[in-house]
Ligand binder design. Structure first.
Ligand SMILES: CC(C)(COP(=O)(O)OP(=O)(O)OC[C@H]1O[C@@H](n2cnc3c(N)ncnc32)[C@H](O)[C@@H]1OP(=O)(O)O)[C@@H](O)C(=O)NCCC(=O)NCCS
Length: 310
């Protein structure tokens, strides 16, 4: 492999970062829209060969600095398969202000199988349903929901109570992690600020008493949503925690997020919904088909913890 030189990136590197790799993920890549936003909470790392930026990744120390999470990784075409991504991950670990020695990755089952042959551990799997729809078909469907009692927006302190409550841990997070926008977080206070900077959190709590967790009263569902513009149009990313078989509740969460996102969206909309692995998704599929959506993919993603320093 040619000699790769790595460095941190900043806002001025935007054009070069975008040019590393275009048209990724069938036009759903978030880098163009999210680069500046992510720079507030993550560190960008780029690799150079002969003054050409050949690779990029975002990395951040999470879980109170115990782990590093990486995302948005890309290597320029023509430079893949030479170990650049692996070297870049090592560089991230050594150049973040953390002593973490493990890294979290969200990958496909195929990549997971490969990584698990090395020094890696499977932390959890989550189901994903992907749909596409349009703003024109969604808007009239959402108008009827505008005045209904939809799940409430929660603040940081409420969310903090949710993730630390024993009851809600059992109910929402059986894997003992919360996976938001593809990053698996430990259920701890140190992650709250970061999760809030990237997502909107809703909870179903029609009654004030449902704010009391450890008396056995807790909301029935929690959901997180992030949306971004991309080549395809607008991507709306929703993570659901709770029993998705409850059609009204699940549908209310999805509608509430869509109501907030759709005004600023482009005509083509891609929905990416994640939910607990064991759950039957018949109800979810019914809800999504009522949104005049077309299913484009059903898959499972794997969260892997690995040491890249060996
Ligand atoms: C995925 C990608 C970053 C790999 O870059 P690369 O420089 O070719 O990777 P390397 O040569 O360093 O390969 C390192 C190892 O990582 C593995 N790997 C491949 N895809 C991976 C992924 N998404 N996550 C983690 N590891 C991956 C490879 O199988 C390889 O393992 P091996 O050495 O046992 O064969 C590159 O192919 C790319 O830009 N793809 C398009 C964007 C993408 O899919 N990004 C995924 C991360 S969000």
């Amino acid at each position: 492999m040619a000699n790769v030189r790595f460095r941190k990136t900043n806002a001025d590197d935007y054009d070069e970062v975008i040019a590393v790799r275009e048209h990724l993920y069938d036009g759903l890549d978030y880098i163009k829209d999210m680069y500046h936003h992510f720079l507030k909470t993550e560190t960008g790392f780029a690799g150079y060969i002969n003054n050409i930026m050949v690779s990029f990744v975002f990395a951040a120390a999470i879980d109170d600095n115990a782990r590093v999470s990486v995302r948005a990784a890309r290597v320029r075409k023509g430079y893949e398969g030479q170990g650049i991504y692996k070297k870049m991950r090592q560089y991230c670990m050594m150049n973040l202000p953390t002593k973490a020695n493990t890294m979290l990755l969200t990958v496909s089952p195929k990549i997971s199988e490969k990584l698990l042959k090395g020094p890696a551990k499977l932390i959890l799997k989550r189901n994903v349903l992907e749909y596409t729809t349009t703003k024109t078909s969604l808007k009239p469907l959402l108008v009827s929901k505008q005045n209904s009692t939809l799940p409430m927006h929660v603040d940081k302190s409420y969310f903090h109570d949710v993730i630390l409550s024993q009851n809600s841990k059992r109910h929402f997070f059986p894997e003992n992690k919360i996976v938001v926008f593809s990053v698996p977080y430990e259920l701890m206070s140190a992650n709250v600020e970061r999760i809030f900077s990237q997502t909107d959190i809703l909870a179903s709590c029609s009654d004030a008493k449902q704010w009391e967790f450890d008396n056995g009263i807790y909301p029935k569902m929690i959901s997180a949503c992030t949306s971004h513009q991309c080549e395809f149009g607008t991507m709306i990313y929703i993570d659901l925690f709770g029993f998705i078989g409850d059609e009204k509740m699940t549908s209310d969460h999805i509608h509430a997020h869509l109501l907030r996102c759709v005004d600023g969206s482009k005509e083509n909309i891609a929905l990416y919904l994640t939910y607990q692995l064991i759950e039957d998704n018949e109800t979810l599929q019914r809800i999504l088909s009522k949104l005049r959506g077309k299913k484009t993919c059903e898959q499972v993603f794997h969260c892997i913890e690995t040491s890249v320093l060996q």
